[in-house]
Write a protein that binds this ligand. Sequence first.
Ligand code: ADP
Ligand code: MG
Length: 620
Amino acid sequence: MADIIQLLPDHVANQIAAGEVVQRPASVVKELLENAIDAESTEIKLIIKDSGKTLIQVIDNGKGMSVTDARLSFERHATSKIRSAEDLFNLHTKGFRGEALASIAAIAHVELKTKQEQDELGTQIEIEGSDLKAQNVVVTPKGTSLAVKHLFFNIPARRNFLKSNAVELRHIIDEFHRVALAHPSIVFAMYHNGSEIFNLPSSNYRQRVVNIFGGKTNEKLVPVEETTEVLKISGFVGKPEFAKKTKNEQFFFVNNRFIKSPYLNHAINSAFEGLVKDGAHPSYFLNLTVDPKTIDINIHPTKTEIKFDDEHTLYAILRSAVKHSLGQFNIAPVLDFDSDPNLNTPYDYKDKSVATPPTIEVDRDFNPFKEKVSHGGGSSKPAVAFKKQNTSSWDSLYVGLESKSTQQDHNFSEVEFESDSKNETLFDDSQTETTQATYQLHNKYIVSTIKSGMLMIDQHRAHQRVLYENLLKNMTVKEAVSQQLLFPLQLHFSSTELPILIQLKEDLESTGFAFSSVKDHTIEITGVPLGVPESEVSIILEQLISDVEQEVPDSNFSATDLLAKSMAKSLAIKTGQSLNKQEQEHLVNSLFACKEPTVSPTNKTTFITMSVDDIDKKFM
Ligand code: ADP
Ligand code: MG
């Protein structure tokens, strides 16, 4: 039999490699920006059209390439950055695999213009899908310009899988942030469809963070500095009260390279433990410097994951450095056992004896078993919605639920499939709506009895469903009631977040939000939906932005629906929240008054039933 093994032609090998290196336009941005940095540029410009689908161009003023190098740069494993395997353990450049340009040229139309300082004229090369189309001598400034057009032109499947322009742009901006943050002394500019998105002058690290994330960031930053034998840490963490719903402001750089490390992220979270609310993510911008010999960057082609020799030590140092900074800047209470107590006592009191000893007052009538008359002012959590005395402010979110008996019967019959007979109601006859027994399990589920057995409701999902349907209704009939704020609320957003909110402004207004002005990263809010606590507003909007950024599918995206889902998620009572009987019953009743009580707005099961038969079986 004849031999059947063949070496793949280069252009096929390149296309396969491209699949790993280039997942989306943002991957090209990353590779080109890193090449510009490796070329020792001091000014780098990124030009994007249609979120990179039409054009990605990087222009730098770095050292450029000779004619031969320009041609070679598109060959696979062609790199000027390492010469031998040993060099791998002493890397000071971003690139080293020599794969990026070859891969990109295999799946796009690429135009390179480059010139070295000492040369009079430069080189221009055009390649389409690994085919050299043109090579010319041109007049061009010192440095390199690389333009990538029609990305994935020969891989339609890839092209079709690209997300909406908003999502792809978000990824590109993320890459831009990472590179720009790692190199504050380099001047960066970014343009999208002709308009300038960033213009970052050469600066120090703090200024770079502020220039990217907006002027208000400055007051949030707490410096972190630590130098040990194995590791140097420098940078900033955000004060805990500014922790965000999204992870957009979390950056680790190791030797100036952005990395993702769930393990080190955990170290930071544990330093913040008890200081930030559940579900909030502290901001951090941290540079770690380690001996290049102690890390292995080679484990992933896109190089955002690296391996450390001694992760445990890094974890401990990082955690304690962050803790220390938070303590030092009076953000976390510290107990310092080593300090001399006299030093902390105001001078005048140092040697005084105690004049009047403090007395203890005891309420002898106190009886812990006596029922409290009122529930007290209590929480501002949405759960108050269920307290009868307080329902007014939340009624708007439950419009139509009060007159539910008829509708309810109808809806109950929809879930009756669990009970034996179609004509029976779901609940025991003896148990009317208000006396039906409910029980809260682990502050998470509400258990109730039904004719056929028992019902278990996920409180968070159920409430999401209830809020979602009401929000949608309010938004479509535009009758939501707005509650005027005494003092307008000013919220700051970055240049990527603001357009999202502006796009959703009308829908937000139909839920009851009122905006008075939008200028330079700041939105002034004068009204909020009735019943939404002022303290929740920024969380709701942040959640909304992150939902839009991350979850927008390409087609049939309805802003109204997404907004209703997102707000329902933010406002719904959380798992872990204890509910009194009345609240539990109200939730059960409201859920079954919904059009689709069986699933949450994100299609997750809201309740399960267990029939007596099932239970009987368990006892067999
Ligand atoms: P790597 O960066 O891993 O070496 P690339 O495919 O990204 O591989 O680039 C191949 C080579 O092309 C680089 O090693 C470098 O010599 C050259 N090169 C790429 N981009 C530039 C640039 N902007 N300026 C100067 N040289 C560049
Ligand atoms: Mg490279």
